[in-house]
Structures are given as C-alpha cells and as structure tokens.
Design a binder for this molecule. Structure first.
Ligand SMILES: NC(=O)c1ccc[n+]([C@@H]2O[C@H](COP(=O)([O-])OP(=O)(O)OC[C@H]3O[C@@H](n4cnc5c(N)ncnc54)[C@H](OP(=O)(O)O)[C@@H]3O)[C@@H](O)[C@H]2O)c1
Length: 381
C-alpha cells in the first residue's frame, strides 16, 4: 500500500480508502454483516486505514454496522463520517446528529467530519444555520478532529465554498469520465493549490469504469501494455496519477474487487501512468462518452422512491446495454432483477411525482429518463 498525507491530519493515509456505501448486501438488501465485516477486516489487513461512512448509506444502517465492525482496530484507522445537511431543520439538529453518529460508531471522536453533499444552496443555508461554528465547537471539545465537506455542484459553488473557510479536506466526485463535471479537474487543482486535501469519491463512476475491456478497445489496450481484464485498474490509477489527490475511495463489494484494487493501489503513484496508458484512458473516455445514456453513478441518494422504483438499477441496465450493445441480455437481466415479486419496481411504475429529482447529485431529470428505460426494456415484457 502507498500512503499520502493531508496537511494537518495525523499519520499517513492509504491511497485507497474504503467507501462504506456499497457494502455487500443480502438478497433482501440488508447489509450482509459477516461478509461486510470480513471485507473491512481484509481491507485493513491489506493496508487500508481510511474508512468513509455516512448517515444515509444502507438506509441508515451503515454507521451502526461500521462501529461494530471496527471494534478492536478503530484507533488504528482514520474514521470519517458526515453531517446529513439536508436533514438539518434547526441548529440543535446538528448536535443531535453528531451525538447519535458517535454512538453508532462506538467512538468518542471522528477523525474527519464532513458537511455531506454540499451544493451552493445547501452551503448558504448551513452557513446561516451556524454549521461552521457548530463544527468548531465540536472540534474544540475533541469530538471531531478535522472539518471538511463533500460536494456535488458546479465549479463556481465549489470555489465559493473552498474560499469561505480553511477546510482540512474536500471530497469530490472525480474520474476519467467526469474530468470537467462538478468540481472537476479545475476544482481539484484549485483546492490542492490551497493546501486542502482532496479525497476522491466515485473514482469508477460507481462501477461504470469497471466493465471488462470492450472488444473495440482490446487492441489499444494491448498497445498500451494494459493487461488487466477490466477497466477498474486504469480508472483508479488514472485518479492517483493526479498529485493533488490524497485518498481515492472505492466502494468495494466483493473480496475479488478488494484484492484487485489493493493491487492497483500498490501502483497508485502520482504521475504514475505511462504515455500510452494516458492515451488509452483518453480512448476509454471517448468510448464511454459516445455511449453512456444517463450519467447515473448508482449512489442511491434518490432512494427511496415513493413508488418503489429501483432507479439506480434501471439506469445501470440502460447504460450497460448502451455501452456493451447487448440490449437483449440487459433486457432479460432487467426483467429478472425487477420481477413483479421483488421489492424493486420497474421504470414504468414511475408516476412522475418528482421526489427524486432534487436528491440526485448528478442533476438527472429522473422521471424523463425512466421513460426511456421503460421503452427500452418493457415493451416486450
Ligand atoms: N459524499 C458523497 O456525497 C458521496 C457520494 C458518493 C459516494 N461517496 C463515498 O465514496 C465512496 C466511493 O464511491 P463509489 O462507491 O461510487 O466508488 P466506485 O469505485 O466509483 O464504485 C464502486 C463500484 O465499482 C465496482 N468496482 C469497484 N472495484 C471494482 C473492481 N476491481 N472490479 C469490478 N468492479 C469494481 C463495484 O460495482 P458492483 O458492486 O456493481 O460490482 C462497486 O460497487 C462510496 O462508497 C462512499 O463512501 C460519497
């Protein structure tokens, strides 16, 4: 494992961080606790010392589980979680959330505490509500060590937030398909130039950049000396290639994914990609940009849909079909996973209520795009 520093943060941080948003789950969708515990322990044993949790992950069950799973080695890791700013109605709520999160996580302090998923509007509301003063009080009391934020909005809002406070760290979505999306490369360089640590989330765009190397790109992969069967290694190393990046979080769901990403992390050097690899990454960008239909990262923030539509699953099938060209297989998979006797409903169950739209960090007009999914996969169901 390679390690990098964030100015002011104790110790060196593993370049690969463990994102707790995509823990293994049972058929019913609950955290598969034995499997998730083994995975987290294997991550730690593999050198990962940075764990990223949040209040809403796994329908509110993430923090409680992570607290249990880290027992015995909590003091050896950097434990990070986030204030769910969209749920804060009045200033006293912030105190309540922190108290409950510390209890869930079975700790007396958080190493880094983030304002979760800021955009321009949320930032202004949280400022008026005294969020920074609350965070500073919590830091003075030793309940949190560092103050940070995660972000989903445009570059102007990003710079406004960065400039407003001496943050220890910011967490941004960044990957080889999203170079100029949200904070993007410009935001990464802007924050890094100010000495703020940059932690990257969704480095594989939620799994989009982990597909097997497409047939059309195999010759170019060979010429670039790229031997991995899928694109995850390229996607992760492309992010580590940026010297301004501190930690790359990945939501790893299986021991195989963890093992592969740990191996990638051993090569996760800044300026570590070769020229041919960089050109290959550009080709991958073009390939996906031409084909991906909906910029969904399957983060699940849109859930729960009042009608029960499994929105991320709908878009995953649509995008995978579009990228792979195999519409028939994806249609079968869609109708199987979203069969009438399952919990998740198909796209056609959408009633256009719009509850999901403001929750989507990617700004996707979800009901419109669900109609495309229904047209693609449900006409012959
Ligand atoms: N603060 C925020 O607003 C926010 C938002 C989003 C995420 N986050 C945090 O950032 C973390 C990272 O984001 P992310 O989970 O979207 O990361 P990601 O690495 O972009 O996507 C994770 C998904 O990629 C696939 N994957 C990973 N490694 C793979 C491998 N070696 N081979 C094949 N597939 C692989 C898996 O998909 P399958 O499971 O489908 O196989 C996995 O669930 C999250 O877990 C969460 O902690 C924060």
């Amino acid at each position: 494992m390679l390690y990098r520093k964030i100015s002011g943060v104790e110790g060196a941080l593993s370049v690969l961080g463990f994102g707790c948003m995509r823990l293994p789950v049972t058929a019913g969708g609950a955290i598969d606790e034995p499997a998730a515990e083994r995975l987290m322990r294997a991550a730690f044993d593999g050198g990962i010392n940075y764990f990223d949790a949040a209040w809403p992950y796994h329908e509110g069950k993430c923090e409680e589980f992570v607290g249990r799973a880290l027992e015995g080695y909590r003091d050896k890791v950097t434990l990070v979680t986030k204030l769910p700013v969209w749920l804060v109605r009045e200033p006293s709520d912030m105190e309540d959330f922190l108290e409950r999160q510390l209890n869930f996580l079975r700790t007396d302090h958080l190493d880094i505490y983030l304002l979760h998923s800021l955009n321009g509007d949320r930032w202004r509301r949280m400022r008026e509500m005294g969020a920074l003063e609350f965070m500073e009080r919590a830091r003075a009391a030793g309940r949190i060590r560092h103050i940070a934020f995660s972000f989903h909005d445009g570059i102007d809002s990003f710079k406004e937030i960065v400039d407003a406070y001496p943050w220890t760290m910011c967490q941004i979505q960044y990957n080889l398909l999203d170079r100029n999306f949200q904070a993007g490369r410009e935001g990464l360089d802007y924050a890094a130039a100010k000495g703020i640590g940059v932690v990257v989330m969704e480095p594989l765009k939620g799994g989009n950049i982990s597909l097997p190397v497409p047939e059309e790109l195999k010759e170019e992969a060979r010429l670039a000396g790229y031997a991995s069967p899928n694109l995850a290694d390229l996607g992760l190393r492309w992010v580590w290639d940026h010297p301004g990046v501190s930690v790359v979080l990945s939501g790893m769901t299986t021991p195989e994914q963890l093992a592969q990403n740990l191996a990638s992390a051993d090569r996760g050097l800044a300026n570590g990609l070769s020229g041919p690899e960089r050109r290959f990454a550009d080709r991958v960008w073009k390939f996906f940009t031409d084909r991906v239909r909906v910029p969904c990262t399957a983060c699940g923030y849109c859930k729960p849909c009042p009608q029960g539509v499994d929105i991320p699953q709908c878009f995953t099938n649509l995008n995978t079909a579009s990228v792979s060209g195999n519409w028939e297989a994806q249609g079968r998979n869609y109708r199987y996973i979203l069969a009438p006797d399952r919990d998740g409903k198909r796209a056609s169950a959408c009633v256009n209520c719009g509850a999901c739209v403001p929750k989507c960090p990617q700004g996707i007009p979800i009901p419109d795009r669900l109609r495309e999914v229904a047209a693609a996969f449900e006409s012959e169901a």
